[in-house]
Design a protein. Structure first.
Length: 466
């Protein structure tokens, strides 16, 4: 394997492919707005889009520390799918039917993103192949069947369970013993989407200031080194970079995820792999992988490398440890042995936001005008859109322009979660959890048992994932 020519860091392959956008001007000084959005990723841009479409006269300002899409929106795996973090917990807290409504909203959100992209002429390489999740050990197959049954119970009656032969006819994953497929998913190019969104909201009249880090958010104020934006509504849309804000270090944990992408693969390799449906691809491991076949016939594949940096630190340019690059390459070759000689063109990392109970949330505090959305735990490409439409409805409700809507009544609205433990406990906990998951995956690879490794069950309970 030739990794000498691998580009490491530099934000992501997606930006290397598209180029960094021309810089927008930073905030020139103190100013006012009707709505100030902190964060120029998917959540912030979608929120600006839906608010401006609903109320065209609104004065909306977006403040971005680096440039739009610098964070997870420009580094993710390009999975537009219907998963949402915390649904099972919301079922326990609010009842099964409330969680079914949340799931249905997520199913519809996939359609909504595809619709808006087409309507606004955003070419993001979207291909609706659905989501295929595979199992390749007895323990994974048992979890996959349980997962499939649960998804059907939450209303996914169009989900399909496939055996080993049917799975390999779709995507020839070595050793696959089964899979589950949902049509509610699509592959996309993350940076093409975020650049298209930014251009669209600017054309609508939204002001975007880049290179403008917000240091503190207070009611009706967003403070930056260049001045303060005063607005009745200030929305925090900072996901994995939330810990950089004053007073928010323990709100959401910045979890690291890493990716590699191959060179474009020849037809001879694709003949052995299949993957003609271009489904997004995942597995049922505890330390799971995620992958897509790109529009130019590469494989982009990701997973957890160094899951967390001490003190909730976040990276700058996405540089990834060589050991992590090699671990991801090993997953690639284990899945698809004919890629063993393929060049790895790029490796990168990014951060995602993880609440203490692993539940995504969207909130507007009507007493202060402060709002936020996030904690997507890696499922944000679609969830950001639902969050944005919900923030729109919450603001319109608060300002008297409308009443409650179906979105404002969803169970993730206003959910409260406790803060993460102080250091060094959260560093020890997160690294211990992923060490346990990796050890459980190794044991399951060689075990004939169909049950989940007990260590992984303990890790789930300690982490608060179930």
């Amino acid at each position: 394997m030739n990794t000498v020519s691998t580009v490491n860091g530099g934000i992501s392959f997606w930006y290397a492919d598209q180029g960094t956008p021309p810089a927008r001007e930073p905030l020139p000084g103190d100013t006012t707005a009707d709505v100030c959005i902190v964060g120029g990723g998917y959540t912030g841009l979608w929120t600006a889009y839906y608010l401006k479409k609903a109320v065209p006269f609104l004065n909306i300002t977006v403040l971005e520390a680096k440039f739009c899409g610098y964070g997870a929106s420009g580094r993710n795996g390009g999975w537009l799918y219907n998963g949402i973090a915390g649904r099972d917990r919301y079922a326990k807290l609010h009842g099964h039917e409330a969680a079914v409504r949340l799931q249905q909203a997520m199913n519809e959100t996939v359609d909504e993103v595809v619709r808006v992209a087409a309507e606004e002429d955003i070419d993001a390489d979207i291909h609706r192949g659905g989501v295929l999740e595979v199992a390749y050990t007895p323990a994974q197959l048992a979890r996959l069947k349980d997962f499939h049954s649960v998804e059907i119970a939450f209303g996914e009656t169009d989900r399909v369970l496939r055996g080993a032969r049917e799975t390999c006819e779709r995507v020839n994953v070595t050793g696959a013993v089964g899979s589950t497929w949902t049509p509610h998913g699509a592959r996309l190019h993350p940076v093409k989407l975020v650049k298209g969104l930014a251009a669209t909201v600017e054309a609508l009249g939204v002001t975007i200031h880049e290179s403008t880090p917000v240091t503190e958010i207070e009611p009706k104020h967003a403070h930056t080194p260049y001045g303060t934006v005063r607005a009745p509504y200030v929305l925090r849309c900072t996901e994995g970079f939330t810990a950089n804000l004053k007073g928010q270090r323990r709100t959401w944990l910045p979890m690291n995820s890493s990716m590699i992408v191959t060179e474009p693969l020849p037809r001879s390799v694709w003949d052995t792999i299949g993957w003609d449906g271009r489904e997004t691809l995942g597995d049922m491991a505890h330390a799971y992988m995620y992958a897509q076949r790109t529009a130019d016939d590469r494989i982009a594949l990701g997973g957890r490398g160094v899951p967390y940096r001490f003190g909730s630190a976040t990276d700058n340019d996405g540089r990834t440890r060589p050991a992590t690059v090699e671990a991801l390459r090993e997953i690639l070759v284990r899945f698809f042995p004919t890629t063993a000689g393929a060049r790895i063109d790029h490796a990168w990392s990014g951060v995602l936001g993880v609440p203490r109970d692993w539940c995504a949330t969207v909130t507007l505090d009507r007493s202060t005008g402060l709002g936020w959305a996030g904690g997507y735990v890696g499922s944000g490409v679609a969830t950001t859109n639902l969050a944005a439409r919900t923030l729109r409805d919450l603001i319109q409700q608060d300002s008297g322009q409308s009443g409650p809507t179906e979105l404002t009544e969803l169970p993730w609205v206003g959910h409260k979660v406790r803060r993460w433990e102080p250091e060094p406990f959260r560093w020890i906990g997160v690294h211990g959890m992923y060490a346990a998951y990796r050890a459980a995956d190794r044991r399951e690879l060689t075990s004939p048992r169909a049950g989940t490794d007990p260590v992984a069950k303990v890790a789930d309970r300690l982490a608060g994932r179930h």
